[in-house]
Design a protein around this ligand. Structure first.
Ligand code: SAH
Length: 366
């Protein structure tokens, strides 16, 4: 059991950061949540945008096709997806990209996926696409000799975070230790965290994902050197905000983060502002953050739904999917999910990203 391994590691080395706990809970080679199962869909633990409707992947596929045109139609380009889940998004994107036959014959598919179970699911889903697929356990081995068109849906929210809490006039890291009854328990480091100077009221929680920032920095440097773009869609905030967002989900219900590690999905809100700064510092261009609602509307979700509906067995299902993906009311993903686009410095406004999002005006962006 993973819990026993974590307890043993804590007994040997002392309390561990939440980042270490998350990395083990999600990615432990034998017991990690993503390493052992396909968690998606109604029968699983949660449903993601590409699993709601084919339109999501189609629009993102067209986005990359236009990106390829904007790059001057390079003869070799890598279409990359980070954390492709079942491969549904990529399959839909490749089908939509056939609208530009030139693009289809120039692209090679590269998937960054740590889970062997999900790599197999992706191979199955993409068999029919006719494209050769190359898998990578991490971004480091992505090709270096051609432009990159990178998609990432609900990838960054699965990357480990660290949490710090305001304690008097200092910040202390929240660590996972062992409670009085031998169970995993959260506590504060005995020592102050170094280098964190920002002031906040007692008890405030500050989250940061060093590994996300590092991945973004590396990908941004690649886009500067090789050209291309990255589109990341995830739930999170457009402007920096304090507060705790770490959560666990199992069978479509919130669960305790520390209970049954390896059995529940653990995620945190993505801090898009910090990701954009990391990309900019590496020399890439960051485009204005959009809500998922605005991105999908600008890319033509309603137009595409109008084409699919007359052919559909149940047109009401398509309306419901559009409402779920782009709706901004309760039950809709449109406002909570955001999209960040990064590109090589020479790329002008990307499709949909030419103007800021009125839905994110002011500070009410969380
Ligand atoms: N994009 C898919 C799946 C999202 S779940 C969808 O929208 O349905 C997160 C995905 O990222 C899974 O495929 C998971 O195995 C993968 N993943 C999580 N952490 C990873 C890491 N550090 N390296 C590579 N892949 C990772």
């Amino acid at each position: 059991m993973l819990e026993n391994e974590i307890v043993a590691e804590i007994r040997a080395n002392g309390p561990m950061g939440i980042d270490r706990f998350m990395a083990l809970a999600l990615g432990h080679p034998r017991h990690g949540y993503y390493m052992t199962r396909d968690p998606f869909g109604m029968a699983g633990d949660f449903v993601t945008a590409p699993e709601i409707s084919q339109i999501f992947g189609e629009l993102l596929g067209l986005f990359t096709a236009i990106g390829w045109q904007m790059l001057g139609e390079p003869p070799r380009v890598a279409l990359v997806e980070l954390g492709p889940g079942r491969g549904t998004l990529m399959a839909d994107a490749l089908r939509a990209a056939r609208a530009l036959p030139g693009f289809t014959s120039c692209l090679e598919v590269h998937l960054v996926e740590m889970s062997p179970v999900l790599q197999r699911a992706q191979a199955d889903t993409l068999k029919e696409s006719g494209h050769r697929v190359t898998w990578h356990a991490s971004i480091e081995s992505l090709p270096e000799d051609r432009p990159l068109l990178i998609l990432a849906n609900e990838f960054f929210d699965a990357l480990p975070i660290r949490q710090f809490q305001r304690y008097g006039t200092e910040w202390r890291e929240r660590l996972v230790g062992i409670g009085p009854e031998g169970q995993l328990a959260l506590g504060l480091d005995r020592n102050a965290a170094q280098g964190l100077t920002i002031e906040a009221p007692e008890g405030t929680v500050f989250e940061t994902s060093p590994i996300s920032l590092d991945i973004m920095k590396k990908l941004a440097s690649r886009l500067v050197a090789q050209n291309g773009l990255l589109l990341a869609v995830d739930y999170g905030h457009a402007h920096f905000a304090f507060g705790e967002t770490l959560q666990a989900v199992r069978k479509h219900q919130f669960a305790s983060v520390l209970a049954n590690p390896g059995e529940a999905d653990i995620t945190a809100h993505v801090d898009f502002a910090s990701l954009a700064i990391a990309a900019r510092r590496a020399g890439a261009k960051d485009h204005p953050v959009l809500t998922q609602a605005t991105l999908l509307e600008r890319l033509g979700i309603r137009h595409r739904a109008g084409i699919l509906k007359p052919k559909a067995e149940n047109p009401a299902e398509i309306d419901a999917a559009v409402e779920r993906l782009a709706g901004t009311g309760p039950g809709g993903m449109g406002q909570l999910f955001k999209a960040l686009a990064i590109s090589g410095p020479g790329m002008a406004a990307l499709p949909g990203f030419d103007q800021p999002d009125p839905r994110l005006a002011g500070t009410a962006s969380r």
